[in-house]
Design a protein around this ligand. Structure first.
Ligand SMILES: [Zn+2]
Ligand SMILES: [Zn+2]
Length: 331
């Protein structure tokens, strides 16, 4: 099969022809129909995340069909369409796994980081971490649900019942979360890079009631804010827009250093918290909501061999919506 492989950190992915993997006990082989490109993939390629298994096939927003089934797998049949997210394995024994916080497992494995992911024609995954997808979504349109959607949803839940919600960084996660949040009756305030008119227009098309640069302030205090951009300087800015008792949720897996700030920004029982990974319950809950809402995902398709271009476009902020790799199975 063809795969785009990260052989050493900081280098472009290499297009290689390698043996198709076989599913072991509890695993399935999945023929990849689409794989989303997530900012976390950039952090893996750049070495911001320091525990990759190398070489590794990135990609953790995988949509595909079950092509072969390993021993002991129940509940999946050949041809079933499944989604495969970032969380690929948990130990099931640590205190976190035993207290419904498997997202914080002490010995997890992540798809596209320690387990080969979806930048390939085929991938192998643990059946217990594969999820059925709502039928109303085409393959490529479903891909961004699996991380941008899921992590966005977990971040949204951390804001409680915030009515006025700020979002810093209006990319793939925000464009999905915006639709869910409005479905729930919340008002959204989109903060982009100062002067990024294209992102602000995108946010307005998605129904945000206010858009502006991250250095601007709406004329009302917000109940909560979510920061998706990996920029630590945004933390004090977001705290300054949030009312007493409000929460600032950090939705990214990596962030540049958070600068020192005056205590008064946090005073008044404001909270800062991060969102780490996902649980399988998050996935089931969010995918059920996605089936009902429905969410329109805006995608930008790329051929598998163009993965490096997709990563570059994401890095440079060239995308409105989500990049998705669509492998060609004819050659
Ligand atoms: Zn565990
Ligand atoms: Zn991701």
């Amino acid at each position: 099969m063809r795969a785009m492989i990260l052989e050493s950190v900081g280098q472009p992915l290499q297009c290689r022809s390698i043996a198709r993997p076989r599913p072991g006990p509890g695993q399935v082989l999945v023929k990849v129909a689409a794989c989303g490109v997530c900012r976390t993939d950039l952090h893996v390629v750049d070495g911001d995340l320091t525990q990759p298994r190398l070489p590794i096939i990135p990609g953790h927003e995988i949509v595909g069909r079950v092509e072969a089934i390993g021993a002991g797998v129940e509940g999946l049949t050949l041809g079933d369409r499944v989604g495969i997210p970032w969380l690929g394995h948990t130990c099931g024994r640590c205190s976190f796994c035993l207290s419904q916080q498997e997202n914080l497992c002490d010995a997890p494995l992540f798809t596209g980081y320690q387990i080969d992911g979806g930048y390939a024609q085929y991938t192998v995954a643990e059946a217990a971490y594969c999820f059925p997808l709502p039928a109303s979504y085409a393959d490529a349109a479903a891909a961004p649900l699996l991380c941008a959607g899921l992590i966005g949803y977990r971040a949204l839940r951390m804001t409680g019942d915030a009515k006025r919600l700020g979002i810093y960084g209006f990319g793939a996660a925000a464009h999905i979360l915006a639709q869910v949040a409005q479905f729930e009756g919340r008002s959204l305030y989109a903060f982009t890079r100062p002067g990024d008119c294209r992102a602000q227009a995108f946010a307005r098309r998605l129904g945000c009631v206010w858009t502006g640069g991250s250095d601007a302030r709406p004329d009302t205090d917000l109940d909560a804010a979510i920061i998706f951009a990996p920029v630590g300087e945004l933390v004090p800015l977001a705290l300054a827009t949030v009312r007493k008792g409000g929460t600032v949720v950090l939705g990214g897996i990596h962030m540049s250093e958070i600068p020192a700030m005056p205590y008064r920004l946090l005073w008044g029982e404001r909270t800062i918290r991060s969102v780490a990974n996902l649980t399988r319950d998050d996935a089931r809950e969010f995918l059920a909501i996605a089936g009902r809402t429905p969410i329109r995902t805006q995608i930008v398709p790329y051929a598998l061999r163009d993965a490096n271009t997709a990563l570059r476009d994401l890095r440079e902020g060239q995308l409105t919506g989500a990049a998705v790799l669509v492998p060609d199975h004819t050659s």
